[in-house]
Design a protein around this ligand. Structure first.
Ligand SMILES: *Cc1c(COP(=O)(O)O)cnc(C)c1O
Length: 288
């Protein structure tokens, strides 16, 4: 533990891939295996939770929000179990029994689950909704949906600082917290490239908002690709499934279809389109 109460994080490994689609254009492709950064709390969820653990322990209880298949709820439940604070997960929509695998896991790690109708859920961060939650659950430390707050951005900036020596550093974007921190933490000369897994053009504004909340200004060189959501959040397509199978065959790594597969399909497409000049060293962050 550091003085601030945040547990230590060792750097995650970087590996170079031998991939003809990059080699023939004079590009080099590396993976940052952030999925291996913590044994129980994978990838960017660990980066985002790390600095929130101290305040959560001080309050004793952390309350957060997520969809029924949320990686964030799973990771937060595990963190509460490992680091000794209670967790409440407010789930979008109605309860469905038996619990799906994600929520069953969260509950098995001690998370108390509560359900919120979709209309209220859309307003979940507004003062009257939060006040009602405080009335029901008592004092808690509130972590926004997806775990993206200023402390999360600072944790992801450490990922940027660890990613020195590359020209373009890529990550998938859900709430934009990972890109906000990654871009802020990169050394000068490198740029961050996010791949939105959601339809709609709001990601840039979210990343900018999170950077302002954290630093009071926009930081680093970054942009968002909007052409690789494959139909929207958690949507897939035969093309994306084929890409995942092909990538596993080439490199022995099964990409997650919600996030990292969309990023990687985007990186390959951009490389094939000639979007990166020869000599570019591309680092793809495997966020989970
Ligand atoms: C949650 C998640 C993301 C999205 O990160 P944001 O900070 O919300 O943009 C990306 N990749 C994986 C594997 C995730 O679980």
């Amino acid at each position: 533990m550091t003085a601030a109460g945040a547990p230590e994080a060792a750097p995650s490994p970087v590996v170079e891939l031998d991939d003809a689609r990059f080699a023939r254009r004079g590009l080099r492709l590396f993976l940052k295996r952030d999925d291996l950064v913590h044994p129980e709390i994978p990838g960017n969820k660990w980066r985002k939770l790390r600095h929130n653990i101290g305040p959560a322990r001080e309050h004793g209880t952390l309350l957060t929000f997520g969809g029924a298949y949320s990686n964030h709820l799973r990771a937060t439940a595990a963190a509460g179990d490992v680091f000794g604070f209670a967790t409440i997960g407010v789930v979008r929509g109605e309860e469905h029994l038996p619990l799906n695998e994600s929520l069953a896991y969260a509950e098995s790690r001690g998370m108390r689950l509560a359900y919120m109708d979709r209309t209220t859920y859309r307003r979940k961060h507004e003062p009257d909704v939060v006040a009602a939650l405080r009335e029901r659950w008592g004092g808690f430390y509130l972590l926004p949906e997806g775990g993206s707050n200023a402390l999360a951005v600072r944790g992801c900036a450490e990922l940027g600082a660890e990613s020195a020596g590359f020209d373009v550093v890529c990550c998938p974007c859900g709430t934009g917290g990972t890109l906000a921190g990654l871009a802020a933490g990169l050394p000068p000369g490198a740029r961050a490239l996010g791949f939105s897994v959601l339809k709609g053009g709001f990601m840039d504004a979210e990343v900018e908002r999170l950077q302002s909340e954290t630093y009071g200004e926009r930081r680093g060189e970054w942009s968002v690709e909007h052409g690789f959501h494959f139909g929207g959040y958690a949507r897939t397509s035969p093309e994306l499934d084929a890409f995942i199978g092909d990538f596993a065959g080439r490199h022995g790594l099964v990409l997650d279809r919600v996030y990292t597969a969309k990023m990687m399909a985007g990186i390959v497409a951009l490389a094939e389109r000639g979007a990166f000049p020869a000599g570019t060293r591309v680092l793809a962050v495997i966020t989970g």
